[in-house]
Design a protein around this ligand. Structure first.
Ligand SMILES: O=C(O)CC1=CCC(=O)O1
Length: 94
């Protein structure tokens, strides 16, 4: 199942820089692990914003929920999810 995620990150100024840097490093490590596994298919920065569009390929809504909640930056993210289906005119089959 494919899902498009729009993730907006907002780390408040009250979070010490060292902790924020550690969270970002941990987020990067997990994101790269999930990309290698094929579960995190695309990761694109939204130009000019601390936000991304991502495509996840998971087995279920529950797996997506667990994955998102496991992200180190999850407490500082607003996430909007869109379920994706095949477009009948698309050449590529996902
Ligand atoms: O920077 C972001 O958009 C949040 C994020 C997702 C994966 C990652 O490494 O950072």
């Amino acid at each position: 199942m494919l899902f498009l995620a729009h993730m907006q990150v907002n780390i408040p100024d009250t979070v010490p820089t060292e902790r924020a840097d550690r969270l970002k490093a941990d987020e990067k490590a997990l994101a790269q692990e999930l990309q290698k596994s094929g579960k995190w298919r695309h990761l694109w920065r939204v130009a000019g914003q601390y936000a991304n569009y991502s495509v996840f390929d998971v087995e279920s809504n529950d797996e997506l929920h667990s994955l998102l909640m496991s992200l180190p930056l999850y407490p500082f993210m607003k996430i909007e999810i869109t379920a994706l289906a095949q477009h009948p005119s698309a050449i590529a089959k996902n």
